[in-house]
Write a protein that binds this ligand. Sequence first.
Ligand code: FES
Ligand SMILES: [Fe+2]
Length: 350
Amino acid sequence: MSLKADFTQGFVRNQWYAAGWASEVCDRPVARRILNEPVVLFRASDGKVGALEDQCPHRLAPLSLGECVDGGLRCGYHGMVFGRDGVCVSIPAQDVIPPTARARAYPVIERYGLIWLWPGHKPADQSLVPHVPAYGMQGWEVLENGYQHHGANYRIEIENLMDPAHTTYLHKETIGNPAAKNVPVSVAKSDHGLKAYRWIENIPPTPLDRASRDFGEGRVDRQIAFHFALPATSFVDIAVIPAGSDRSEACLSAGVRTYSYKFLTPETQSTTHFFWLHIRNFRVGDAAFNASLRASLEKTFQEDNVMASAIQQEQERTGLRQKTALAIDRAPMMALKMIDQMARSESAGD
Ligand code: FES
Ligand SMILES: [Fe+2]
């Protein structure tokens, strides 16, 4: 068998994508390519974020080379000013504003410290912003502003994130856990995605588990669940509880628990904005631990990037995606099928 790599497939457009961290969009415009379109993010004088096509309708100058002013964003070439709705509000030395003097405006929303952008032409549906339930809840520590630029199509990234089997090998210096390597992975489908998960049972707690909760002399069960939510959100839910205890949500959250979110935004067909957000219920307020955890997560995600980028190159060289299938491909294949289906039904609807 061999599967072809197809980099001509359309993106799913009528969804929210992370476009940037709110903290990076202050008094200067930020240029960002999203789903292959040039976008400029800026903060207007009312404090709200705007997102426009990064192109002035006059001579196509990138608006990101301009500046934030009262009333909106001023083009750096001849000074036309555009509001958050993309409509031109002033032209130097000219009273009449032609109706064509407008830039495309994208719906945006700020939530979880991120700016979410809706690149589609259908009306934006706020209920579709990914959910991060523990964000901002008491007793949970948030690591935010995580970002890496990855050199692979977002589908390769999704395959990687729905594939628990790679952690033992690719991440042996960071999160790899040799105890996991022979534990089978179960897959369950949900309305908006799926999860691949396994329980590693009756093992000794790690030193970090012990430092975070009092497990006494007892052993623990460890859940590792890789979730995928359409079109491009992944989160890993890790819970460590006393061996044999109840597995209700409440009991999982009474143990040591972490959620590791990745919001993937296609930049081009061969590159991805990798936004990450990490939430945990232990060592809350521990700044030194935060710093070392952030460094270790950055290292782990970079290990994924090195592998995904190399695979991207090889797919481009050969035009193939894979030549043989393994049992561990089940969840990644299901996730890709769901994306394909969504993209197809969207283009059929258009
Ligand atoms: S190119 Fe923007 S005002 Fe002329
Ligand atoms: Fe990984």
